[in-house]
Design a binder for this molecule. Structure first.
Ligand SMILES: Nc1ncnc2c1ncn2[C@@H]1O[C@H](COP(=O)(O)OP(=O)(O)OP(=O)(O)O)[C@@H](O)[C@H]1O
Length: 293
C-alpha cells in the first residue's frame, strides 16, 4: 500500500498541497479527481519523487518509499514522454529493457500490450504517424510494459474514444487484480464512476473526501427518490421534502426518511397514476460537486 502522510508543498507563496494524506491500496483502482489546478499532478509527482514535498512523507507498507520501488512504478505523466520518431514497438521494448526485462520478455510484453490496446497493426510505425488517441494508447502501454509494482496515471483516458476507454479500463483492471495499487486522475467522472473502487476528491489542495463510492454516498446528505406521474408534480414542493430536479411529471427529491418519501407517493397516488417511484443512487458528478462546494 502506498500512503501519503501530511504532505505539504508550495510554489513560492502558493500553498498547493495542504496536509494531504490518503492511501492507495493494493488491488484497488483509486480515482483521483479535482478541478483544474487542485494539485493532482503535483501529488503524483511527489509520489514518483519527481518533486519533493516541503514536509510530510510517502510510504510503502509503512516504511519510507525507496528509489527501487519508485523505479518500478508505471507512471504516465501529464506531459507524455515517448519519442515521436521512434517505432512504437522499439520504444516499448527499450523501456522494458531499461527496467531489467530480457529482450524476449520485453518483446512479448510490448507486443501483447499493443495487441490488446488495438495497436497490433501499427507497432512498426513511428509514434508521430499515429492519431492523438492512438498515441495515447501507446503511452498507456509504455506505463505498463515493465510489469510495474504500482501504477500512477495522470489523465490516462483523455483523448480516447469510448471503445479505447473500455479496452484501457480492462487492461488497468487486470493490473489492479494482480495486486498492484493503481492511482489515476481523470476529469471524466462517468469513467471514474465506472472504474474506481475508491475515490480521493481533492479541492484547493486539500483532500475533501475519500473512500469507496458507497462510503461517499453514505456520508452524503439525505437519500433521494424519483417519482414519475402523469400530471405536473409542482405540488411536491409543498410537501416538506427538498426538490432536487423537476421536469413536469418527473421529480427527484431528497427526504429525511423513507416514511416522508412514502407520504409523497401516497399523495401522488391520490392525485392520479404513478408510473415510477423509487430511491435513486446519486451520481459521482453530484457527489463531486457537493463535496467541493
Ligand atoms: N512547477 C511549478 N511552479 C509553480 N507553480 C506550479 C508548478 N507546478 C504546479 N504549479 C501550480 O500548482 C497548482 C496545482 O497544479 P497541478 O498541476 O498539480 O493541478 P492539477 O490538479 O493536476 O490540475 P489539472 O487538472 O488542471 O491538470 C496550480 O496552481 C499550478 O499552477
Amino acid at each position: 500500500m502506498i500512503s501519503l502522510r501530511d504532505v505539504n508543498r508550495s510554489f513560492g507563496d502558493h500553498r498547493v498541497l495542504k496536509d494531504i494524506s490518503f492511501d492507495i491500496r493494493p488491488g484497488r483502482m483509486t480515482g483521483f479527481v479535482g478541478g483544474n489546478g487542485a494539485g493532482k499532478t503535483t501529488t503524483m509527482r511527489i509520489i514518483l519523487g519527481v518533486l519533493t514535498p516541503d514536509s510530510g512523507s510517502v510510504e510503502v507498507d509503512g516504511a519510507p518509499i525507496t528509489p527501487g520501488y519508485r523505479a518500478n512504478i508505471g507512471y504516465m505523466p501529464e506531459e507524455r514522454g515517448l519519442y515521436p520518431k521512434m517505432q512504437i514497438l522499439d520504444q516499448l521494448v527499450y523501456l522494458a529493457r531499461l527496467h531489467g526485462k530480457t529482450q524476449k520478455e520485453a518483446t512479448a510484453n510490448a507486443q501483447g500490450l499493443l495487441e490488446r490496446l488495438g495497436l497490433g497493426e501499427r507497432m512498426k510505425d513511428p509514434l508521430e504517424d499515429l492519431s492523438l488517441g492512438n498515441q495515447q494508447r501507446a503511452q498507456i502501454a509504455a506505463a505498463l510494459v515493465h510489469d510495474p509494482v504500482a501504477l500512477i496515471l495522470d489523465e490516462p483516458f483523455s483523448g480516447l474514444d469510448p471503445v479505447a476507454v473500455d479496452t484501457t479500463v480492462e487492461v488497468l483492471r487486470d493490473v489492479a487484480d494482480s495486486g498492484a495499487p493503481v492511482l489515476f486522475s481523470s476529469h471524466q467522472l462517468d469513467v471514474v464512476e465506472r472504474l474506481c473502487d475508491e475515490l480521493v476528491i481533492l479541492a484547493d489542495g486539500q483532500v475533501h473526501a475519500q473512500g469507496t463510492r458507497q462510503e461517499l454516498l453514505a456520508s452524503a446528505t439525505e437519500p433521494e427518490w424519483e417519482l414519475h406521474v402523469d400530471a405536473d408534480t409542482g405540488w411536491v414542493r409543498d410537501t416538506g421534502v427538498r426538490v432536487q430536479a423537476f421536469d413536469g411529471g418527473r421529480v427527484r427529491f431528497a427526504a429525511s426518511s423513507p416514511e416522508q418519501a412514502n407520504q409523497v407517493l401516497a399523495e401522488a397516488q391520490r392525485r392520479g397514476t404513478v408510473h415510477h417511484f423509487g430511491q435513486t443512487s446519486r451520481t459521482l458528478h453530484e457527489i463531486f460537486k457537493e463535496t467541493i462546494q
